[in-house]
Design a protein around this ligand. Structure first.
Ligand code: SAM
Length: 266
């Protein structure tokens, strides 16, 4: 919304549990209602809406109750998803997984795929189960509201390495490992090839290991499934740092897809 002097003021924005269209009304759940009260919003104010599946809109708050709120939707637009990037992350420390959930949403992660590695079992308290998954979604929703995104990552239940690999989308597959290839070297030929074939950018799947690292058999399962080992530098990074940095680097490279002259095979 633009006000005096052309200054764009971003509306307080809330993730809806259901999709919406304009003109129409949408009911928001307890989390959003609580969030609105914390922000001392009153009926009549304009708010922003996102459904987490690509719909973004604006409307007027018409009802604010203890467990729900109602918004009269005045405008709605569909937002294209970002180029697909998927993450196989370790089941690990709860707080650090929640931190990563926030950053990954800001970086427009497409799907969140927790993997129960053998070394994940040594971690307590670790983030797993449906209750924890709801916490992940809550953290992602808050990050979506703050980052003005429109797409929430698709959440998968934790899986073994075998099941996680079997469920992986096709496309470019990278496993983060200190001794691997440079990320740029691994991705550039794939992006250039896609460009030369006039095809869109390949979906990219990143796999990150647990604290203590992969077991040899786990690492071999990834390499056997076509994952290319890639390095993010010589230091040992915490899993959440490696995941976030890998995601940011891949996003930056995928931005180049739209700029063909910048991508020259090495
Ligand atoms: N492998 C190490 C060990 O033996 O302690 C550390 C594991 S590290 C804490 C967790 C995961 O982050 C690793 O399995 C890897 O996927 C990723 N990682 C850490 N540092 C990295 C780097 N420099 N380059 C690429 N990936 C890295």
């Amino acid at each position: 919304m633009v006000v005096g002097a052309g200054v764009a003021v971003s509306l307080p924005t809330f993730v809806t549990d259901e999709s919406f269209s304009a003109p129409g009304t949408v009911t928001l759940g307890e989390d959003a209602a609580h969030h609105m009260r914390v922000r001392r919003l009153e009926t009549g104010v304009r708010v922003g809406l996102v459904d987490g599946a690509g719909m973004r809109g604006e409307g007027v708050l018409t009802q604010l109750a203890k467990r729900h709120a109602v918004v009269s939707v005045e405008s709605a637009e569909s937002v294209e998803p970002a180029l697909p990037v998927h993450l196989l992350l370790p089941v690990a420390d709860k707080d650090r997984m929640l931190w990563l959930a926030e950053k990954a949403t800001e970086l427009e992660l497409s799907s969140w795929r927790p993997v129960l590695y053998r070394r994940s079992r040594n971690v307590n308290p670790r983030g797993e189960g449906t209750t924890f998954q709801q916490k992940v979604r809550g953290r992602m929703a808050a990050a979506l509201e703050q980052s003005r995104g429109a797409h929430l990552p698709v959440l998968y239940p934790e899986a073994s390495v075998e099941h996680a690999v079997a469920a992986c989308p096709s496309g470019a597959r990278l496993v983060l490992e200190q001794g691997g290839k440079r990320l740029f070297e691994a991705l550039t030929p794939l992006i250039a090839d896609a460009r030369d074939r006039g095809a869109g950018a390949p979906a990219v799947t990143l796999a990150v290991g647990p604290e203590g690292g992969f077991e040899e058999s786990e690492f071999e399962a990834f390499v056997g499934a076509g994952f290319v080992p890639v390095s993010l530098g010589r230091n040992i990074l915490r899993f959440e740092t490696a995941a976030q940095s890998g995601l940011a680097a891949v996003r930056a490279m995928l931005e180049l897809v739209g700029a063909p002259d910048l991508i020259q095979p090495l």
